[in-house]
Design a protein around this ligand. Structure first.
Ligand code: PLP
Length: 400
């Protein structure tokens, strides 16, 4: 019998088919190899597994429930709509699943400091939380533009004890923050650990982050069977880098379940108006891995846009590129307007305010549900929307 998918992919060089790998200078490669070796050892270690299990239960509040959205199901009159409540995870999103794993790995490796970049600040807050838990130092690199835009998250990181380093070169946003964080990491790979924010970057990060996020899929499969005695027909999740989607998909890859990644269509299909990499991109290397990305005329990562800053990334995790290329997953795109409508619809009909990122997946489920009577759709509700309410009210009011 063939090995299960998750044991076969990626291969030992970090490839999912032709996607993934490690396209980095030798200096970084050495540090990545060290992390990979440690992770391979530790992932089998019963102390590590027991510790992570304890953290998930007692600190993060896992398992998160699956909720049957009865009002929406009735309102749309078709498929049953179910939500995996990652918004109820401590700090309000799925990100802590891999941040706690990365921080625990750092601790096992004897590291003293976590270094990370952040765009909207969500990853920064999750890493700062993990660092506080483990008594590690924490250094977060953030573009000056983002610091102004996402100030409440900067305040949270500082309260949690993290040092926030403003990045003042280039466009002063996420891409420069990655460059700056890597530079700082390379000065001290002995005592520092780089903590990536999604299933992206050079090997072993796409695999490691997927493995840490797989808890969403493991729980979902079990909970869904317990609730309905069946598996869902469709599982959908929003895709920025792709970590929450890979997390839930990984529980259903070997099953006859349709898996759909929802990309941000932003203002439209023209280059620069969206961040729908799988829908409109082509093969290319950035941030150390080969995947499908949105490129400009010079073959460089194109400027991207989405109303959800957490989805605003010109590439996508290599495993998504692979699964899409072999037809195992599908991709759909939801624009800003549809996402904001879903934000209000879920809030007003079920009493759950979703993150704008997650609202993209909700919007897709609401769009297809009416035609699918008798089917069941499971949506990964990756995070809560408290972080978005000021922005939403200022731009769109209170919804009618
Ligand atoms: C960061 C974030 C995302 C996007 O990241 P993925 O790696 O694609 O999951 C989605 N939802 C929320 C709530 C986030 O904070």
């Amino acid at each position: 019998m063939d090995k299960p998918y998750l044991k076969q992919f990626p291969n030992e060089l970090g490839f999912f088919g032709k996607f993934g790998g490690s396209f980095v200078p030798d200096s970084i490669k050495q540090a990545m190899n060290e992390i990979n070796t440690a992770y391979n050892l530790i992932a089998q270690n019963s102390d590590f597994i027991a510790e992570l299990r304890k953290i998930r239960k007692h600190f993060q509040g896992r398992p998160t429930p699956i909720y049957f959205a009865h009002n929406l199901t009735r309102k749309y009159g078709g498929a049953g709509i179910y939500l995996k409540r990652e918004d109820l995870n401590h700090t309000g999103a799925h990100k802590l699943n891999h941040c706690m794993g990365e921080a625990l790995l750092a601790k096992f490796m004897g590291k003293k400091r976590l270094i990370a970049e952040t765009g909207a600040g969500q990853h920064g807050v999750a890493i700062a939380t993990a660092a506080a838990y483990f008594g590690l130092e924490c250094e977060i690199h953030m573009g000056e533009v983002d610091i102004k835009k996402e100030y409440p998250n900067v305040v949270r990181m500082k309260i949690l004890g993290a040092k926030v380093i403003p990045v003042t070169f280039g466009a002063k946003t996420l891409k420069e923050a990655v460059d700056s964080a890597f530079e700082s990491y390379l000065k001290d790979t002995k005592y520092s650990m780089y903590a990536i924010g999604s299933v992206v970057g050079p090997h072993p990060f796409p695999r490691m982050v997927r493995d840490f996020q797989a808890i969403i899929g493991i729980e979902s499969r079990e909970q869904f069977l317990e609730m309905t005695e069946e598996l869902p027909d469709i599982v959908c999740a929003c895709v920025g880098g792709g970590s929450n989607a890979m997390g839930i998909f990984s529980g259903f890859l070997e099953e006859a379940v349709e898996l759909i990644g929802i990309e941000p269509l932003g203002k439209g299909s023209a280059l620069g108006e969206n961040a729908a990499s799988l829908s409109y991109g082509s093969e290319g290397v950035m941030h150390g891995f080969n995947s499908i990305m949105l490129k400009d005329k010079e073959e460089q990562p194109a400027p991207v846009y989405s109303v959800a800053s957490g989805l605003d990334y010109p590439s996508v995790g290599p495993e998504h590129a692979y699964l899409h290329s072999i037809g195992r997953t599908k991709v759909a795109a939801i624009n800003d307007k549809e996402a904001i409508e879903a934000f209000f619809t879920l809030s007003k009909n079920e009493g759950i305010i979703p993150a704008i990122e997650s609202s993209h997946a909700v919007a897709y489920a609401l769009k297809i549900a009416p035609e699918l009577k008798g089917k069941k759709i499971l949506v990964n509700l990756s995070g809560r929307g408290d972080k978005d309410i000021d922005f939403v009210v200022e731009k769109f009011g209170y919804g009618e």
